[in-house]
Design a protein around this ligand. Structure first.
Ligand SMILES: Cc1cc2nc3c(=O)[nH]c(=O)nc-3n(C[C@H](O)[C@H](O)[C@H](O)COP(=O)(O)O)c2cc1C
Length: 210
């Protein structure tokens, strides 16, 4: 299946049938998410993986009782760093040094310029920047799920503060922005399953400057 086929096959599934996503498929979706691009490569967010049925039941009322929450196999929650700090940059330097087999001081020198630049910006600007990076990962996860023929619903329809409270995200220095349910479509109950996909025509979406 090509990526275009996969993107045509997928849709924002409103009803799922409770079937669990196979371990290998879940692994592939998470690995693609991990490989997502981000500015500077910093990946200033975490992805919380929820497979526990009781926890999904507790999340559902926080997300306007959307049925796909409990009918899904797993939920991925994309949560941005509340603050971009010196410590978080240093951890990035450590990881980079370890994975590239370089002295950490060398990496710290390499990133010193952009670290100074980012840390000089207001905290809220950096937080919003972190959230934008999390959304890129969400997009990667949506495409990866489609290639695995796993249904997925990207979701912003939830009370972020209540979810952060339930999952203790504030204590972890995180703020949730989006969710992705993973599972399998319930064709007999989902009103959206046979609806034509609607997208802006290419003449409107693309501005070609020749
Ligand atoms: C950031 C984001 C938030 C969304 N929030 C919800 C949501 O809370 N519930 C839902 O059922 N669909 C949600 N959607 C799905 C969109 O409505 C859907 O992707 C869009 O209408 C395009 O349709 P398609 O995904 O079926 O091709 C969201 C999508 C995105 C990207």
């Amino acid at each position: 299946m090509t990526l275009i086929d996969a993107l045509n096959w997928r849709y924002a599934t409103k009803r799922m049938n409770g079937t669990k996503v196979e371990k290998e498929k879940l692994h592939n979706i998470l690995e693609a998410t991990r490989l997502s691009v981000s500015s500077l490569g910093l990946q200033p967010y975490s992805v919380i993986v929820v497979g526990n049925d009781e926890l999904k039941r507790q999340i559902q009322p926080i997300a306007f009782n959307q049925p796909q929450i409990t009918e899904a196999s797993h939920l991925l929650i994309f949560a941005a760093w509340d603050e971009v700090t010196e410590e978080r940059f240093d951890e990035f330097a450590q990881d980079t040094a370890q994975q590239r087999g370089l002295p950490v001081e060398t990496v710290k020198e390499q990133i010193a310029g952009y670290k100074k630049n980012i840390l000089s910006r207001p905290a809220e600007v950096n937080h919003q920047w972190a959230a934008r990076q999390a959304y890129i990962a969400l997009g990667t996860a949506v495409a990866a799920a489609a290639l695995e023929k796993v249904d997925a619903t990207p979701m912003e329809g939830f009370n972020g503060e209540a979810l952060d409270e339930l999952l203790g995200l504030k204590e972890k220095g995180l703020k949730s922005y989006a969710m992705l349910t993973l599972g399998y479509r319930d064709e007999s109950n989902d009103w959206l399953v046979n609806q034509k996909k609607v997208r802006r025509p290419k003449e409107k979406l693309f501005v070609e400057l020749v």
